[in-house]
Design a protein around this ligand. Structure first.
Ligand SMILES: NC(=O)C1=CN([C@@H]2O[C@H](COP(=O)(O)OP(=O)(O)OC[C@H]3O[C@@H](n4cnc5c(N)ncnc54)[C@H](O)[C@@H]3O)[C@@H](O)[C@H]2O)C=CC1
Ligand SMILES: O=C(O)[C@H]1O[C@H](OP(=O)(O)OP(=O)(O)OC[C@H]2O[C@@H](n3ccc(=O)[nH]c3=O)[C@H](O)[C@@H]2O)[C@H](O)[C@@H](O)[C@@H]1O
Length: 448
């Protein structure tokens, strides 16, 4: 098929490359000049495993990357929309990028087309957009087709989707979108047809449900600390029940990223706009905020409350492993607190350091934030090590070397990656998340 993808972010770039890989003729429209230039040279401006190799394989063959709006919107059979839909201050979703695109479609489109919303949009957006095009007699059918890929595993998720949701009011438009996915649904994926607003709602429901599991476990983790229970044992105890499942029940330092926080806010906003109290959704968000703050409490338990002049090592800054994305990353909450309270921070992250340097230029310039080019350099003379993102690189450290490098043998394990018994035996003071069942942790909490 001949299609245009608008927006070369995580979703648009991955979609464009994977659709091009299947033989479609794809035009990828991006208006950010730096991003555009990088892509045209075959460089991926974000960190996503495998993506750069795929881009180079399809670029200037099945995939054209352009900033030329008129070329991109002239006569594609399909337009896939993957522009950003960030939060507004009131929690509602900001659809300004989408409406700007609608204006561009009005100006440049010369043939009937199907406009497929892959961006996460407020419930009712597709209907509003459809009405807008109809009022102007522009031959566009709007379809909602939410994207469920995860950063860090985006290619795998796109190539092997578990389900494809097609939300449409027009059967012919739905059939065209379904045809696009035929190469991806041969094995297992189910294609589910529904109304446009049901697809929009389903996207929010999926993210809110996953976030609720994480907040649920984080809440129980705090309780576990008070009743001498290790939440890791509980995770295994419940995850083996197939009705519950093993995914998204890892206690940690709270969910971050560009989607869960903003989508929860948008769903709560929808409730408020309907005059409906939705206390369960509010609780998910409140717990998540508390969970990020708990990192600060825990570090105080390890270091005392005066951090001025202390040196703290951070392993991991991205909101999750295998990405350079730091949007709403839990690590930033602790990092800001450390900087505000006069500590020196030595950090390492395999991919997110450029983004952090851009976000905290003054701290980097003053030397208060040192971004180290390998994990062990971050440990030198530090008074504590905090693991905040569970990159594979941090899973099996050389603990003897860690002990030698740290000024004080203290470990805050924000992702429950380490064996507290082993660390206690070696002489580390260890704090994890919800690891109340461990004699060492009880002792350390009492001592702290
Ligand atoms: N990041 C993720 O893992 C996922 C994101 N989503 C949703 O997909 C949407 C996009 O997310 P991301 O890819 O993370 O966003 P992003 O912000 O990383 O990328 C959006 C891109 O669109 C470009 N853009 C905006 N308007 C444009 C226009 N008129 N013409 C050309 N380029 C334009 C921007 O310059 C930017 O490069 C959001 O609605 C998000 O909620 C859905 C599933 C997964
Ligand atoms: O709408 C979106 O943008 C995407 O949001 C999430 O994907 P993503 O944010 O990339 O990453 P996740 O793997 O879901 O992790 C989100 C956050 O939850 C945290 N998390 C995840 C799982 C868990 O058990 N515990 C936990 O704390 C992660 O550390 C991370 O901070 C969803 O998983 C995707 O299906 C969805 O398409």
């Amino acid at each position: 098929m001949r299609l245009t993808v608008v927006g070369a972010g995580y979703v648009g770039l991955v979609s464009a490359c994977c659709l091009a890989e299947m033989g479609n003729q794809v035009c990828l429209l991006e208006h950010n000049p730096a991003r555009l230039q990088a892509l045209q040279q075959g460089r991926v401006p974000i960190y996503e495993p495998g993506l750069e190799a795929l881009l180079q394989q399809v670029l200037n063959r099945q995939l054209q990357v352009t900033g030329n709006v008129s070329l991109a919107l002239n006569e594609p059979e399909l337009i896939l929309v993957a522009v950003g839909t960030p939060s507004q201050a009131d929690g509602n979703v900001d659809l300004s990028q989408l409406w700007q695109l609608a204006e561009a479609v009005q100006e440049h489109l010369r043939h009937p087309t199907v406009l497929v919303l892959k961006s996460t949009v407020a419930v009712g957006t597709g209907d509003a957009l459809q009405a807008w095009f109809e009022q102007r007699a522009i031959p566009v059918q709007v379809v909602n087709n939410p994207e469920f890929l995860k950063e860090g595993a985006a290619l795998e998720d796109f190539r092997r989707p578990q389900r494809i949701l097609i939300g449409a009011e027009d059967a012919a438009a739905a059939a065209i979108v379904e045809r696009l996915y035929v190469p991806f649904t041969r094995n297992q994926a189910r294609v589910l047809h529904m109304r446009r607003r049901e697809a929009e709602f389903s996207k929010y429901a999926a993210n809110a449900f996953l976030a609720s599991r994480i907040s649920f476990m984080n809440e129980l983790a705090e309780l576990a600390e008070h009743v001498q229970v290790d939440i890791e044992a509980v995770r295994q105890g419940i995850g083996s029940d197939q009705r519950i499942g093993r995914h998204f029940i890892y206690a940690g330092c709270g969910y971050g990223g560009s989607c869960f926080p903003k989508d929860l806010r948008a769903l709560s906003h929808l409730g408020r706009s309907q005059g409906l109290p939705l206390p369960l959704l509010s609780a998910i968000e409140q717990r998540n905020e508390r969970q990020k703050q708990r990192l600060i409490d825990k570090l105080e338990a390890l270091l005392g409350s005066h951090w001025y002049g202390k040196r703290v090592a951070l392993w991991g800054l991205a909101f999750k492993p295998d990405t350079d994305d730091i949007r709403e990353a839990p690590a930033l909450v602790l990092l800001r607190a450390l900087l505000a309270r006069g500590a020196t921070v030595q950090a390492h992250d395999p991919a997110a350091m450029p983004a952090v340097a851009e976000r905290f230029p003054e701290a980097v310039a003053s030397g208060q934030l040192q971004l180290c080019n390998e994990p062990y350099a971050a440990l030198e003379n530090a008074h504590a090590l905090c693991l905040l993102t569970e990159w594979k690189l941090f899973r099996e450290p050389d603990w003897l070397r860690v002990m030698q490098l740290l000024a004080e043998p203290r470990v805050l394990d924000g992702r429950n990656q380490y064996d507290p018994g082993q660390l206690a035996t070696m002489g580390f003071v260890y704090l994890g998340i919800g690891r109340g069942g461990l004699a060492s942790e009880r002792r350390n909490r009492a001592a702290a």
